[in-house]
Design a protein around this ligand. Structure first.
Ligand SMILES: [Fe+2]
Length: 264
């Protein structure tokens, strides 16, 4: 849902095939081989087990059709190629239809460590594995449906719930705190920071609280919300998300806990 992108999404051909260069496949290779060994003890078991189901190649960027095939078998979801820029309504509509929007470009080597925008590595490696989990999939779909029903002025507020769960969620497990958010599991730096740094605040997920919490996309997060298990997301899927948005709007936004950007 980025507003400004330096990248151009790659369009699938008539057969749905997306052509990548050898250099681009190499970037995928370097990202996945860096990230995989870091997941043990950092990502939750649900994500690691789901990653095994996905069985991503390490030597090339997988095609969306391959990814969709696995998702369809488990939860009926698929991945849809979208431009680098996508508006809220299109985003909500796709999720409501069990389609995960994926920007198809891959980051340049110069930005291999850190990228503000979601690229194909983030979308596929970060997002798609947990869409094999019924509870996670149900929440993602319900979120899309709520987005379609929401007043346009509440879109940004709803985006915060997605941000603090699907993108940057943490989960408390018997073995300790783990990550499940796509923005964390697909980022070598934030995977360590989110769990180990003394800087960010970590607190139990209360949806209205999350809806009221501002964030920045260009820094490591200053607040993370923790769930106890994925049933929490399933419960959220069946709760009154629009009512929560209305409540959050009434209560107003929390003050930012990060430095404000300087405006030139
Ligand atoms: Fe994302």
């Amino acid at each position: 849902m980025s507003k400004i992108s330096n990248y151009v999404a790659k369009n699938p051909d008539a057969k749905g095939f997306i052509q990548y260069t050898d250099k681009e496949h190499q970037v995928w290779h370097d990202l996945i081989t860096t990230q995989l060994p870091m997941l043990k003890g950092s990502a939750c078991d649900e994500y690691i087990n789901a990653l095994q189901l996905m069985n991503f190649p390490s030597n090339r960027i997988p095609q969306l059709s391959e990814v969709s095939e696995v998702l369809r078998d488990h939860t009926g979801w698929s991945v849809a190629a979208v431009p680098a820029l996508i508006d809220f309504t299109s985003f909500f509509k796709l999720l409501a239809n069990k389609q995960f929007p994926a920007a198809t470009f891959i980051r340049s080597r110069e930005e291999i460590e850190y990228l503000q925008e979601p690229d194909i590595f983030h979308e596929i490696f970060g997002h798609t594995p947990l869409l094999t989990d019924e509870r996670f999939a149900a929440f993602s779909q319900a979120y899309g449906e709520a987005g379609l029903l929401a007043d346009k002025r509440d879109h940004c507020m709803l985006a915060r719930l997605f941000w603090f769960t699907v993108e940057f969620g943490l989960i408390q497990t018997d073995a300790g705190l783990r990550s499940y958010g796509a923005g964390i599991v697909s980022s070598p730096g934030e995977l360590v920071y989110a769990l180990q740094s003394d800087i960010p605040e970590r607190k139990p997920l209360h949806p209205v609280d999350a809806l009221r919490t501002p964030y920045r996309i260009d820094i490591f997060q200053t607040v993370y919300f923790i769930i106890d298990n994925f049933d929490k997301l399933c419960d959220l899927a069946h709760s009154d998300l629009i009512g929560m948005v209305q409540q959050a709007r009434k209560l107003g936004m929390h003050a930012p806990t990060y430095p404000l950007k300087e405006i030139a």
